[in-house]
Design a binder for this molecule. Sequence first.
Ligand SMILES: *Cc1c(COP(=O)(O)O)cnc(C)c1O
Length: 306
Amino acid sequence: MLSLDEFKTSLTLPSPLIPFKPNWEGASKVSLYVKRDDAIHPVMSGNKWRKLSHALTSPLPNHVISFGGGFSNHLHALGFACYKLGIPFTAIIRGDYSAAPSPMIKDLMQWQTRIEYVNRITYNKRNDSTYLDELKLEFPNAIIIPEGGSQALALQGIKDMVDEIEVDFDFIVAPVASGATLAGIINALNKRNSLMATDFRSHYKAIGIGVLKGEGYLEGLVEQFLTTSSQTHWHIDHSYHFGGYAKAPSELQTFCSDFNNTMEFEIEPVYSGKAFWAVKDMLAKGKFEDGSRIVVLHTGGLQGAR
Ligand SMILES: *Cc1c(COP(=O)(O)O)cnc(C)c1O
C-alpha cells in the first residue's frame, strides 16, 4: 500500500509535451504538439487520472463507489488507484460479465475491487437522486464518483493539465465523450482569455472531437459543466465519430496500426485514434490558418483497446 504522496511520485507529472511532425498534408504549415497524458502511468489512462486527482485527496475516502461499462478506462484507473492507496472500491458495471470477464474486469478482480454487475435498467439510474440516496444508506462511508469520473471536481484536474503546457499555442484538440475533459479545457482557457485583449485571433481555442454520434447532445453535456456560459472559443466537430461510440471501421483501424508502426507513441481507435485522424483530416482540408500552433491532447486509453 502507498501513501498518497508515494502514489503521486509514481506518476509522470507534468506529462511530457512533445513536438509532433508527421508527414501529413498541411502539417508543415503549422506547429503541432502532443500533450502526452498517455504517458502519466503505464496502467492508468491519462485523462482519467486528471479527472480523479482532485477527488482522491487527503484525508482519503474510506470507500469509493463508481460506475462504468465492461471496458471502462475510468473504472480501470480508479480501481488501480484505490488498490494502491488501500481504499475499498466498489465498481457497478453495466451488464453481466461474470461468465466472460473483460481484461479490464480481470484487472479489477486482481485489485480486490468489489464488483457488482447490474442490468441496463438499474445502470440507467446511476445519476438519479433516489438511487444514489439508497446507495448512500447502504454505504454511509463511501464517496460516489459518477461514470467517467465526470463531476465538477474533475475540471480542476484538467485545468492542471492545461497549466502544465509551457509553449504558447492557439488550439487544444481533444476527444469528447462525457464532455468533462473538454469542459475543463474550456474553463482553463476562459480564464486565460479573460486576461487578454479582445482581438479574437489571439485567443486560446478548444476543439472537441466527438467520439460518438451526439450533435447537440455533447454540447449540452459540456455546457452543464461550465461555470460561465461561454459559447465562444470552442466547438465540437462531429465529423469523426465513425458511426458511434467504439465503432471502428477498417480504415480507422488501419490508420491506427500504421500510426503505431511509424510514430513514437501509440493510439487506439475509441478516443485518440479518432482525435488524431481528425487532426490529419482538418490539416489536409486547410482548416487551420498557416502558422497555427496546435496542441493535441493524448488522453491515453490504450488499456481499453485490449
Ligand atoms: C474517457 C476518455 C475520454 C473522454 O473524456 P470525457 O471527459 O468523458 O469527454 C477520452 N479519451 C480517453 C482515453 C478516455 O478514456
